[in-house]
Design a protein around this ligand. Structure first.
Ligand code: ADE
Length: 252
């Protein structure tokens, strides 16, 4: 996958993109990242990328010309044509499903918005999709672009090691939260690891984990349960968990 990022602050990406899994993916050639400084697509002495809004009001708006020029230049050389994304708090919410969709694309361009906004013609005529990473306002789209790349890249074959991959499959699998994890020591300050995990009975361990996933999701993110398809056995599990949960709450 190739990702072209258009930004006013290319140096912001240095740390996150040169470490850990993203670095490995780049070294393996699974991911190519190109950073483009938006000011390189301006033609005036001051390298102007923003201007005051028509109609008045405070703040500055990102001008359309450098953004169009940058995207068109990058697009010229790419086949299949890249999917152009604007990172902005007005976009569709980013989630695991959206990441999966993007992981299927060969080329994407990420535009990092700054200042108070972006000229509306960029949205209307240049961008394929606008994405938000959450209902809050960042200083700019750069951190959002890093989050997006991090999540998408984990889904590409060969990026994670085998162990991580297997874990990834169960994590968020079917829209559920993960089960609790423990490592040595089996007893720490008197707090013991659940006995079933030390039992060696893989069927029981699997059952316990599935149940804990449902329990965790019910307690922390009940909204997720409404959106997923559960098997008959899982429904039964869930009903039991709900009953236990009610009893537990009643006791408090
Ligand atoms: N730019 C500013 N805030 C943002 C957000 N929440 N998501 C994506 N891009 C942004």
């Amino acid at each position: 996958m190739r990702v072209d990022i258009i930004t006013l602050f290319p140096l912001m990406f240095k740390g996150p993109f040169e470490e850990s899994i993203i670095r490995r993916a780049r070294e393996k050639g699974i991911l190519e990242i190109y950073l483009h400084d938006l000011r390189m697509f301006t033609h005036d002495k001051h390298r102007t990328v923003d201007d005051a809004p028509f109609g008045g009001g405070g703040g500055m708006v990102m001008k359309p010309e450098p953004l169009f020029e940058a995207v068109e230049k990058i697009r010229e050389r790419l086949e299949p044509p890249p999917w152009v994304i604007l990172l902005s708090p007005q976009g569709v919410p980013f989630n695991q499903g959206k990441a999966k969709e993007l992981a299927g694309k060969r080329n994407i361009i990420l535009i990092c918005g700054r200042y108070e906004g972006v000229d509306e013609r960029v949205r209307e005529h240049l961008v394929d999709e606008e994405i938000s990473i959450g209902d809050y306002v960042l200083t700019g789209g750069e951190l959002a672009a890093m989050v997006l790349v991090d999540v998408v890249i984990r889904m590409l074959p060969g990026v994670l090691g085998c162990e991580d991959s297997a874990r990834k499959d169960s994590f968020f699998h079917g829209g559920l939260l993960d089960y609790p994890q423990y490592t040595r020591p089996a007893s720490f300050r008197g707090w013991k690891v659940p006995a079933v995990l030390l039992s060696g009975n893989h069927q029981e361990i699997e059952r316990w984990r599935r149940r804990k996933m449902l329990e965790n999701t019910l307690k922390k993110r009940p909204d997720l349960l409404e959106r997923i398809n559960l098997s008959r056995r899982e429904r039964k599990f869930l009903e039991e968990v709900i009953d236990e949960y009610k009893v537990e709450k009643g006791r408090k």
